[in-house]
Design a protein around this ligand. Sequence first.
Ligand SMILES: CC(C)(COP(=O)(O)OP(=O)(O)OC[C@H]1O[C@@H](n2cnc3c(N)ncnc32)[C@H](O)[C@@H]1OP(=O)(O)O)[C@@H](O)C(=O)NCCC(=O)NCCS
Length: 178
Amino acid sequence: MSKLPQIIETSRLKLRSPSLQDAPAIFEQYAQDKQVTKYMTWQPHQNVETTQKFVQRCIDALATKTDFYWVILPKKAKKAVGMIRLQHQNYHTSLGYVLARPYWNQGLMTEALQPLVGWAITQPDIYRVWAVCDCENLASARVLEKVGMTREGILRRWLIHPNLSDKPRDCFCYAKVK
Ligand SMILES: CC(C)(COP(=O)(O)OP(=O)(O)OC[C@H]1O[C@@H](n2cnc3c(N)ncnc32)[C@H](O)[C@@H]1OP(=O)(O)O)[C@@H](O)C(=O)NCCC(=O)NCCS
């Protein structure tokens, strides 16, 4: 497997490894936002200290060499407005992602994910790039379609999304395989 790119540039975005200095922007831009976190597996952050601890965990995770994070910065704004997580497990790679509300529906998450999906699927030892999303999270499902994944079905009772229910909910499973 070739080394994962630490910096990725697309026409409108820069993706780079997170740093603790990103915490205030992440908190203000989306981590405290109830609408953004609706379908996430975590609850909105109540204060920036929670975001700092979260960012530190993302930085620490890089040492595992299986769990990677990038912050998303619009070239125009130059502040963290979203994040992508990529996890390797055996010959699979999964993706998670989040973006601040003012940036929704402009094709930005599709643009951010495309190079990572492209990188992963061209690695000789990665056969499956995949993601799940709550069955009601139609914007997320659409993004996965736009990056070339196919809906494989529904993983019933797959994930708890605590901002909606304390019970596991059904999720769509999307993948691109070779
Ligand atoms: C999901 C999310 C990342 C999408 O990011 P984005 O930059 O807005 O995505 P894009 O603009 O690339 O694409 C969004 C697509 O969903 C569509 N869409 C948006 N809301 C929709 C809805 N309620 N129902 C159906 N489609 C919807 C858009 O029209 C667009 O499709 P199109 O290009 O065919 O018109 C963003 O909404 C987000 O961060 N949400 C909160 C966090 C989250 O849910 N993360 C995913 C967890 S699995």
